[in-house]
Design a protein around this ligand. Structure first.
Ligand SMILES: C[S@@+](CC[C@H](N)C(=O)[O-])C[C@H]1O[C@@H](n2cnc3c(N)ncnc32)[C@H](O)[C@@H]1O
Length: 456
C-alpha cells in the first residue's frame, strides 16, 4: 500500500487514526453500507485529523475488507475458541491489527501496541485486550509464513460468490477473478478530446490503455492532477468506457444524434456521448446523483439535458436514435474498487436488481426510433444480470437484432466475446492492471418496425 508508518509509532497520532479505521469497518459491516457511504457519514471525523492520518486509517479499513477472509483465517490459527457474541468489537480490532501487520506490512511493535490502545479505548473490546495482545503478537511473530502459503484469493472470496463465478466461468477463471481483486484498481481517465492523448500522457505520466483512456499507476489526489481543473478528463475505468464506445460505433458517431442515457448518474457515459457531439438526455431516478452529474458536466464544459425520473416510466417527447442503459446491478464487477461488496451484498441483490433492469430494458427499447440502437450494460459478473437478462429480453421482444461487437475494435482481448456479447472480467489485461468486470450488449431495432410510441 506504500504508506509510511512514520507517525504511527507515536501513540497520540496513532489512536485517532486507528479509531477511525475501526469506525469505518464497523459501520460498513454492521450497517451493510459501502465504504464510500461510511466515508461520507464519517467525513467530519476525518476532517479533524491530518490528511496522512486519515489516509492511514482508510488504508487499514480498505485492507481489512479486501483481505477479510484471509486475515480472519490467519487470526483463526491463533484464537483457540471462537469469540463469543459480545466479542464482535474485539474481532474488528483484531482484523484492523492484522491488516496493519500483513497488508500494510506495518512495524510489529507499532501495530500491536496500536491495537492494544484501540482495544482499551473501545468499551466492548476492552475486556478482550489480553487476548488481542496475545493473538497479534503471534501474528506478528509467526503469521508471515502462513500468510504467504495461504490461497488468499480463495479465502478472500465468500462462498456464495465463489460458487457463482466457478459455475459461470470455471474454477480457474474464478480464481483469476479473485486474484484480480487482491489489489486496488489503477486510476483510469477518459479524455474529453481523445486527440489530446499524447499531451496528457506526458503531463500525467500515464499510459494509454484504450484509445482516449489513460491509466495512472500512482495516482495521488484526483483534484490536484493536471487537467482536472480545466475538465480535460474524467475518472472512468477503461471497461466502463466500452458501452458508450460500442453505442457510438453502432450509430456511426454522435454528431446530430439524440441519445437517452438511462440510469446516467454520475455521468461518465453521458460525458462520452456529449463529447462525441450528441444531444444527450441524461435520466436518473436519484436527484442527488444527478447533482454530481451536473457538476461533472460543468467541470468538463459539456452539455446534456438532465431529467430526474424513474426510467421505467419516463418517455422522451419523440423516439430517439439511441439509448444507453447502464442498469443498476449488484456491481460485483467493481470489487477491486469496492472491496467491501462481497461482505455486504448477497444473492438477493442479484435477483432484486435483475427484475428492475428487465423493466428498464423494455422501457429503453420503447423509446427507440425504428433502426435505433440500444446498448445495455451492467458492471456485474453475474450472468443473471447480463447474459441471462439479455437472452430473456431477446426472447420476449419482436423486432430486435443483436449487433455482435468485435472486441478488437475497442482494443479488448478476444476473450471478451462470448456469444454475441462482450463479457469483460477483472482478470483481463492483468499485466496492464486489469479492468472492471462488465457485461455489454448492442441491439438494433428493426427498421421496418413501426411500434406504437407513447411520448411523455
Ligand atoms: C450503474 S449506475 C450508473 C452509472 C452511470 N451510467 C455512469 O456511467 O456514470 C446506475 C444508476 O441507475 C440509477 N437508477 C436506478 N434505478 C433507476 C430507475 N428505475 N430509473 C432511473 N435511474 C435509476 C441509479 O440512481 C444509479 O445512478
Amino acid at each position: 500500500m506504500g504508506l509510511s508508518e512514520r507517525a504511527f509509532e507515536d501513540e497520540a497520532a496513532g489512536l485517532p487514526a486507528r479509531r477511525f479505521a475501526f469506525s469505518l469497518l464497523t459501520r460498513v459491516l454492521d450497517q451493510r453500507v459501502t465504504l464510500d457511504e461510511a466515508n461520507e457519514a464519517l467525513a467530519s471525523v476525518a476532517a479533524r485529523m491530518p490528511p496522512r492520518d486519515a489516509a492511514f486509517a482508510r488504508a487499514i479499513a480498505y485492507g481489512a475488507l479486501r483481505h477479510k477472509g484471509a486475515l480472519e483465517k490467519l487470526l483463526g490459527r491463533y484464537i483457540k475458541q471462537a469469540l463469543p457474541a459480545h466479542g464482535l468489537a474485539a474481532g474488528r480490532v483484531l482484523l484492523c491489527g492484522a491488516a496493519e501487520l500483513m497488508v500494510l506490512a506495518g512495524k510489529s511493535h507499532a501495530a500491536v501496541d496500536g491495537a492494544n490502545r484501540l482495544a482499551v479505548a473501545t468499551r466492548e473490546a476492552k475486556p478482550f485486550k489480553p487476548l488481542i495482545n496475545a493473538v497479534l503478537r503471534r501474528v506478528a511473530a509467526e503469521g508471515e509464513a502462513a500468510w504467504h502459503m495461504m490461497d488468499r484469493p480463495r479465502a478472500d472470496t465468500p462462498d456464495w460468490l465463489w460458487r457463482r463465478w466457478s459455475a459461470a466461468y470455471g474454477e480457474d477463471a474464478a480464481h483469476a477473478i479473485a486474484e484480480a481483486h487482491a489489489n486496488p484498481a489503477p486510476l483510469d481517465l477518459t479524455l474529453r478530446d481523445p486527440a489530446g492523448g499524447e499531451h496528457w500522457q506526458s503531463a500525467l505520466g500515464a499510459a494509454e490503455i484504450l484509445p482516449g483512456t489513460l491509466r495512472l499507476a500512482a495516482p495521488g489526489a484526483v483534484e490536484t492532477l493536471p487537467g482536472f481543473a480545466e475538465g480535460a478528463w474524467w475518472v472512468q475505468d477503461a471497461a466502463a468506457s466500452v458501452p458508450a464506445r460500442l453505442l457510438l460505433d453502432l450509430l456511426g458517431g454522435g454528431a446530430g444524434k439524440t441519445i437517452v442515457d438511462l440510469c446516467a448518474a454520475p455521468g461518465g457515459k453521458t460525458m462520452q456521448l456529449a463529447a462525441a457531439g450528441a444531444r444527450v438526455i441524461a435520466v436518473d431516478s436519484s436527484a442527488g446523483r444527478l447533482k454530481r452529474l451536473a457538476a461533472n458536466l460543468a467541470r468538463t464544459g459539456l452539455a446534456a439535458e438532465t431529467v430526474a425520473a424513474d426510467g421505467r416510466i419516463w418517455r422522451p417527447d419523440a423516439p430517439v436514435d439511441a439509448v444507453l442503459l447502464d442498469a443498476p446491478c449488484s456491481a460485483t464487477g467493481t470489487i477491486r474498487r469496492h472491496p467491501e461488496l462481497p461482505w455486504i451484498r448477497d444473492e438477493g441483490a442479484v435477483t432484486r436488481n435483475a427484475a428492475a433492469a428487465a423493466a428498464l430494458l423494455d422501457a429503453a427499447f420503447a423509446m427507440l426510433k425504428p433502426g435505433g440502437v440500444l446498448v445495455f450494460a451492467v458492471c456485474s459478473l453475474e450472468p443473471e444480470e447480463g447474459e441471462r437478462q439479455m437472452e430473456a429480453f431477446l426472447g420476449r421482444t419482436p423486432g430486435v437484432r443483436l449487433a455482435a461487437p468485435d472486441p478488437a475494435r475497442f482494443g479488448l482481448p478476444e476473450a471478451a466475446r462470448r456469444g454475441g456479447f462482450l463479457r469483460l472480467l477483472p482478470s483481463f489485461a492483468a499485466d496492464r492492471g486489469g479492468m472492471d468486470g462488465f457485461f455489454v450488449a448492442g441491439l438494433v431495432k428493426n427498421a421496418a418496425m413501426d411500434a406504437p410510441f407513447s411520448g411523455g
